[in-house]
Write a protein that binds this ligand. Sequence first.
Ligand code: R5P
Length: 290
Amino acid sequence: MADMDGFREASDFGIGQAAGAAAFHVKGASSLGWGMKDRLSRIFNPATGRTVMLAFDHGFIMGPTSGLERIDLNIVPLVRYADCLMCTRGILQTSIPANVNKPVCLRSDAGSTVLTELNRNVLIDIEDVIRFNASAMAVMFSAGDGEREAVTAANLARAADLGNRFGIPVMGVTAVGKQMARDARYFALASRVCAENGASIVKTYYCDGFEKIAASCPVPVVIAGGKKLPEKEALELCYRAVNDGAAGVDMGRNVFQSDAPAAMIQAVHAVVHDGITAEQGYEMYQELKG
Ligand code: R5P
């Protein structure tokens, strides 16, 4: 029983003031439950609605990728500059200190390597997603890719079902089959299908006409960086993407394969969140590198 000595009668009821119902800062998420919104808020900065995810899940299909040979040496020093970490449970458990206090977008499917074609990918157990306190699950969708389209669509839909049950958003990762044209029509279709199947975030690629991809996708779209570019070009890619409607980046090689990864991720962060130009970002990169 609470101590009632000195009990103060409730009196400040704010009569006449409407109950607060602030707009939510993540596209398409207004009707989601509190847990989903909380997790999305860890990923997308409430002040900008954007995110810089640091992607280092490449090893799950590629093995010890250049720049990811030693996660403890290559990636851990960059973690402080990222808004969100995208990686597998194996790397999280073995190589990322649990006290970095960053949201994790956990790579939640598995099943093939670069040594074969993408084949029968499966989902990891939702219990492991919860155990790792993931803020989102990243699941691949391979649109237009013969038999793999159905398998990956089923994985995505299943992940969304499980995510809805436990309040964990899904990021649909648009995989590009070797035969597919990397154009706005294709990425708009793949992105939209991810959202229609329950993804709360979509990761895709930047291309001409990107504004149509972002506009026709009812959830935030983040772009992958793709193969390593000169730093200035990579910053231009970030700048164009956010100006054409991307809610940020999920960038890997253009950060961890940079000559100065810590400088690069800080420059990317400033382009994404602070509205600086690619040129200004490049100056910042050079200053920090120097
Ligand atoms: C690819 O399998 C991974 O999902 C990467 O996380 C993604 O492609 C982003 O990395 P990058 O910027 O190197 O393309």
